[in-house]
Each structure stands twice: as C-alpha cells, then as structure tokens.
Design a protein around this ligand. Sequence first.
Ligand SMILES: *Cc1c(COP(=O)(O)O)cnc(C)c1O
Length: 297
Amino acid sequence: MTSRTALAPRLPSPLQEVGDDRFARRGLRLLLKRDDLIHPDLVGNKWRKLVPNIEAAAGRPLVTFGGAYSNHLRATAAAGRILGLATTGVVRGQELADRPLNPSLARCAADGMRLHFVDRATYRRKTDPETLDAVLRAAGAEEAYVVPEGGSNSAAVHGCRALGAELRGFADVVGVACGTGGTLAGLAAGLAPGQRALGVPVLRGGFLEDDVQALQERAFGGRAGSWSLDERFHFGGYARTAPALHAFAEDFEDRHGLPVERLYVAKLLYGLVTLAEEGAFARGTTVAAVITGRPFP
Ligand SMILES: *Cc1c(COP(=O)(O)O)cnc(C)c1O
C-alpha cells in the first residue's frame, strides 16, 4: 500500500456554496472549499503538502520543525503513527522542555514523535546548513529526511497545485490564509487562466511576496498563475487575535455551522467579508474560501 492510500484522503475535497447576505447583497457568491475534511488527522493543506514529502522520503524517518502549537507538527506525527515512520519534531523554545507539554505537543508525543527543543536564536537559523547539521546531530536525526517548517518546499508546492486544479471552472477568486505561503504558491499555479488567488498573510512583516515568488521559482522555474496578497488582516501577527475577530468567527459559525479555526481561517474569512463590503469584487464574482484547517483540539 502506498502512503497516499494508507493516508486515505477525501479528495477532491467538498466544495459547498453558502448563502451569506454580505455577499449576496453585492451580487457575489461564496463557496467554501472544505480542505478541513480531507483527513481527520492530516488536516487540510497539511495533507497536500506532506504526502509528496513522505513519498520523497521513501521510508526514511522524518524530521521537521514547528512552534508549540504547530498544525504541521501534529500532521507529521499523525502520519508517522499511521505509516509506522519514525518522526522527530524540532520545537521552537528551549524553555518548553521544562514544562508539561501543551495539548498540541502532547498529541505529537502520543503519536510517537520525538520532540527536540531548541532556543529561539538557533531555531531562526535552522535553514543555515551548519546550524541544521548541529541540530540534526543533537536530535539524533542525521539520517532523517528533512521537511522544512510548515512543510513548504517544492514537493509541497507541487502537491498544492491539485487544490487549484480542483477549483477550475468553479470560482473567479480563491482566497487562502498564508503562513509560509506554500499553499498559495501551489494553488495559484493550479488554477485556470482567468481565475486568481488571493492570499491573506496571518504573520506580520510583509515578507511573503518574496517567499511565495521564491517557492514558485523553485517549483516551476518562474512565477505561475495569477496571485496577490492583502496584508491588512493579520491582527498583529501569528496567533494574535482581537475581540472583533472572535466575534466575527463566532458569528460565522452561527450562520454557516462551520467550525472556524482562529489562527488562519478566521483571518481569511474576515478579510474576504471586508473586501466584499468594500466593493472590491465586481458583481457576478464567485469567491471561494479555502478552509485549510479546523480548530484544535
Ligand atoms: C499551515 C496552515 C496554513 C498555512 O499554510 P502555508 O502553506 O504555510 O501558507 C493555513 N491554514 C491552516 C489551518 C494551517 O494549518
């Protein structure tokens, strides 16, 4: 059995139209691309990014990187459990080593992931080859296949092309929340001419334009598809929120019965509703929102 079939996905993921008066009033349609339903443990875009990497690893152990609440670490740990692969997670924050594991890291450990904590300065330099070697040695993972933070590399970007391809013919604009930008890079490349992707960064800093461009250059040899970013909806940065964002997410849950993940999906939906209300989409536009994840636990 291949890793693809063992990690049995629900693909293509469901595409649902929802009635939302904030869109309907302006002659717009809203679709939800339910990547959160792809797999119970490898949620959303994490399945699309991880499976090509597991195939490239060809049975070697996996080592990857993430913060204390990383969805990517949990997905990698779950894949390791299901496939019987050894996994190591390099976690940002040496101080976490002396505390009880939070629920996200406890799930990783329960799935058999070995956790290796590093200080923030080292974590920041993890793509520098010497630092990486030292970290892998300290973690006992020299032989492992390295999946980068967030899972975003060329294999992952190619995996996310399928997300775009599944949306061909169904939407004019496709919105996605961005962390490392790998999902947007692949999504945009997979869409048909005339469709465009809109990324909503959840981190502050304005570096994503260059990162997505670089990911596309490595994966496709140049810029691919039509995409842009709207940097206005990060709410101060990663994992930062505001009462207005929570209120918005709760209201969206009430309206549509969709559990709204707060770190990424809430910011995307908030951004799309704001853009609709600003008149940024022409009448007759169909907007699809990629639901990249669901709340944890
Ligand atoms: C990881 C993640 C993202 C970001 O994906 P990138 O490819 O890193 O931009 C978006 N939404 C959710 C729910 C995620 O877990």
